[in-house]
Design a protein. Structure first.
Length: 367
């Protein structure tokens, strides 16, 4: 399952450095876990999950397969992008194809790195980008309203329903409010319309506060302002130093952990981005564990067992009989499948079972 997270930001804020580190672009040939670059601005990134490593210690498989996420590096936007400045229309189109936006914001001073606006001001920078996204949504809605009016005159019932929603939404966002704060997001009319339009300001946003190495400790004034801005919008801020993350690309696990400890952080900014993106997309993982492979399978939260089985193969869903389930905690506590079964921790679940994050599963099916 590949679901996209789009990286946006002004030029020279550290967006491409973050992308390079995220995708291990510097050492793709020697990556020892599933990784591939699809095209110059898109890559598939493994989701770090220490639970897989613990399962592998028990099972000793031939390989480990992580869940993955698609990341798309969208060229730096500038003021006027919604009107085509800097090839803006093309890049705004790229954002439409993603499900979550990661907005990289520069939160450090460096006279050697030119800022396109001439100074460091994270809130101004955020508002430049978000205004362009809003302008693009207004333009898309105006075009859709014209089309819906024509259809509504022909007594198209669905068009009339969507038109009512579209006009209310246009009024909402012309006041400067993003689509995500519209009060009718659950209506059939909005859902049908946005399925096609994929309005930019309807997407969840994660703010990436790019700091220098010293900024990884106590929050600077810039980071504090960005966190206050994000909190008002029910969004989150992840603090990272893109340069440090890029430097750690070639480190082994011990070297990386040592550097993070020296910097006073427990998890890298990139790991936080990947985990938070996974969550924002409404995704989770269940596991299969065998001598050939220990693997994480990506599913949406609140997925039933048959639908989860389809992540492996559609035939598993069609012929689903039942699922054998051991929770991750029990699997580790009792040192694997045999121990968990002996302790009575193996369960048989039917078609209505909602798979839990970290379940270790086998599926019984008949096609």
């Amino acid at each position: 399952m590949g679901l996209g997270i789009g990286l946006v930001g002004l030029p020279n804020v550290g967006k491409s450095t973050t992308f390079n580190a995220l995708t291990k672009a510097q050492n793709a040939e020697s990556a020892n876990y599933p990784f591939c670059t699809i095209e110059p601005n898109k890559a598939v990134v493994p989701v770090p999950d220490k639970r897989l490593d613990q399962l592998a210690k028990i099972v000793n498989p031939e390989k480990i397969q992580y869940s993955t996420l698609d990341f798309v590096d969208i060229a730096g936007l500038v003021a006027g992008a919604s009107k085509g400045e800097g090839l803006g229309n093309k890049f705004l189109g790229n954002i439409r194809e993603t499900e979550v936006i990661l907005h990289i914001v520069r939160c450090f001073e460096d006279a050697n790195i030119v800022h396109t606006e001439g100074s460091i001001d994270p809130i101004r920078d955020v508002e430049i980008i978000e205004q362009e996204l809003l302008f693009a949504d207004i333009d898309a809605l105006l075009k859709r309203i014209d089309m819906l009016k024509k259809k509504a005159r022909g007594n198209d019932k669905d068009a009339k329903e969507q038109l009512e929603v579209a006009e209310a939404l246009l009024e909402h966002i012309e006041d400067g409010a993003p689509v995500s704060t519209f009060n009718d997001l659950e209506s059939d009319g909005f859902i049908a319309m946005n399925k096609e339009l994929r309005l930019l300001t309807s997407k969840p946003i994660i703010y990436g506060a790019n700091v220098d190495e010293d900024g990884l400790g106590e929050d600077s004034e810039y980071v504090q302002k960005l966190k206050a801005y994000a909190e008002e919008r029910d969004s989150e801020v992840i603090k990272l130093c893109a340069k440090v993350e890029e430097d750690m690309v070639d480190f082994d696990e011990d070297e990386r952990d040592e550097m993070l400890e020296d910097l006073g952080v427990t998890e890298s900014g990139l790991e936080q981005i990947i985990h938070k993106g996974f969550d924002k997309l409404g995704l989770m993982s269940y596991f299969t564990a065998g001598v050939k492979e220990v693997r994480a399978w990506t599913i949406r939260k609140n997925t039933t067992a048959p639908k989860a089985a389809a992540a492996i193969h559609n035939d598993f869903e069609k012929g689903f009989i039942r699922a054998e389930v051991i929770s991750y905690e029990d699997y580790i506590t009792y040192n694997g499948e045999t121990g968990a079964k002996e302790a009575g921790k193996n369960r048989l679940e039917g078609k209505e079972y909602i798979v839990q994050d970290g379940d270790v599963m086998h599926f019984r099916f008949n096609v």
